[in-house]
Design a protein around this ligand. Structure first.
Ligand code: PLP
Length: 453
């Protein structure tokens, strides 16, 4: 069968049987599915052989790039040796135990324990429960409420979607559940007005203190935030923001949780995003870059303050069949070996990150670009109708979608959150590939400028 026919058949099967995450089923049935079939480095190929430069590392996760055979070989060995055993009932496997040691080792003693999950969403549900168990064990059972942020993203389970601040997710299924509140995000371009970014960072952080006052300190368990909001649009907070959030959490006696699912494992040029911003969380959720997405695995890192109390709490009645899955843990170990051997974290901090920043910033001269912001290998292009007044397009979603679809059609995968164009490439991207990415993006921006939106 010729490849076009094959693709059409596969696409029809997909439309008939497969409901995708975050999709409009009717639209998908009408437009068909693009079937991806092969990847190497930052390049992904569809089933017709068309190449795409993946500026998004899959879904913020393929940090070591596609096609690393070492991972497949390690996984196959483990698969043949012991494909599964659980970590309930006082048992473990060598990969799970070694991975726990390795990952906690990256925190320089700040977080010495990890609880494994299969995803970022499960990690969210895990720390959400552990925070309540912690306060109950300390004799404060009323400390249950968690404060999160509008436009944050913490996954798609009921707790995850509730903690996230995505209106379109809350609208489906009566969310958030009880015991969760949201404060504003540190999005200076949209909300900063005449304040400097530094002033705005302090102002928006002070909303946490106001919310604790409103709820009563005796009722609040924790605050959670992504060091840099990913899905919300790569919202990079001003430098003043996180130290102030940390001060408030410490002074008001609530736990500080970092969602490191996107920022962890080198994306910001440090092992973890909180290091970049200079704060120390009590717990941190991880996933994605932990295995570069080669197999699903996540976890919650826990500091001694919390772990010591949990140790006094008796049975922790929480866990997943696949917590510490030995094959997934093996993929993670091999992924981390590659990140270490190839010094990818340092590469992002000292070499490719600064180059990416310089090249992306060159787009700031474009008439439809209001601002370019980067940190490590996260980059956001803020679109603007009028860059001098920070006026945004009337239909921000249409503006973003116009650039995104144009880039996609011409071989660059990037994402749009409203009118912010997002890039998050694999940590192995070369300078030439960064140049190509920026070239494609400029064409996409030219296309938007021609639309007269
Ligand atoms: N937290 C953050 C910051 C994320 O970006 C995501 C997914 O994109 C999640 C949690 C949920 O992870 P998963 O999709 O693996 O459940």
């Amino acid at each position: 069968m010729d490849p076009v026919q094959q693709l059409q058949n596969m696409s029809a099967l997909d439309a008939a049987h497969h409901i995708h995450p975050f999709c409009d089923i009717k639209d998908m049935q009408k437009n068909g599915t693009l079937i991806m079939s092969r990847g190497e480095g930052v390049w992904i190929h569809d089933s017709l052989g068309n190449p795409y430069l993946d500026g998004f590392a899959g879904l913020w996760c393929v940090n070591i790039g596609y096609g690393r055979k070492e991972v497949g070989e390690a996984v196959l060995r483990q698969m043949n040796e012991l494909p599964y055993y659980n970590t309930f009932f006082g048992t473990s496997t060598a990969p799970a135990t070694l991975l726990a040691e390795k990952v906690t080792g990256y925190t320089s003693g700040r977080m010495n324990r990890i609880f494994f999950t299969s995803s970022g969403s499960e990690a969210t549900d895990t720390w959400f429960r552990l925070a309540r168990i912690y306060w109950k064990a300390l004799g404060h059972p009323s400390k249950k409420h968690v404060i999160a942020r509008r436009n944050g993203y913490h996954g798609s389970t009921v707790a995850g979607a509730s903690l996230g601040g995505m209106k379109h997710m809350h609208e489906q299924g009566d969310l958030p559940i009880e015991g969760i509140s949201h404060i504003n995000q540190p999005y200076w371009y949209a909300d900063g007005g005449d304040l400097s970014p530094a002033e705005f960072g302090l102002k928006v952080a002070s909303e946490l203190e106001a919310k604790i006052d409103e709820l009563g300190e005796e009722n609040v368990a924790a605050f959670v935030g992504e060091p840099v909001q990913g899905a919300g649009g790569i919202i990079i907070p001003p430098d003043t923001y996180w130290p102030e959030i940390q001060r408030i959490c410490r002074e008001r006696n609530i736990l500080l949780i970092a969602d490191e699912v996107v920022c962890g494992f080198g994306r910001l040029g440090r092992w973890f995003g909180h290091e970049h911003f200079g704060f120390e969380p009590d717990m941190a959720s991880v996933a994605k870059g932990l295995s570069s997405g080669y197999l699903p695995i996540g976890g919650v890192l826990i500091n001694d303050r919390v772990a010591d109390v949990l140790a006094q709490a008796g049975d922790i009645n929480h866990g997943y069949t696949y917590s510490g899955h030995p094959v997934c843990a093996t993929a993670a170990l091999e992924n981390l070996r590659i990140i270490e051997d190839e010094k990818l974290v340092q590469r992002v901090r000292d070499d490719i990150g600064p180059y990416f920043a310089e090249r992306l910033k060159s787009l700031e001269d474009h008439p439809v670009v209001g601002q370019v912001e980067t940190v490590g290998l996260l980059g956001a292009i803020q679109l603007a109708k009028d860059k001098t007044t920070r006026q945004r397009f009337q239909d921000v979603d249409l503006a973003g979608r116009t650039v995104r679809n144009f880039c996609y059609k011409h071989g660059l995968i990037m994402r749009a959150t409203a009118d912010r164009m997002l890039a998050s490439p694999a940590l192995v991207i070369s300078r030439e590939e960064v140049d190509a990415m920026v070239r494609y993006m400029r064409h996409g921006l030219d296309h938007l400028a021609e639309q007269n939106l």
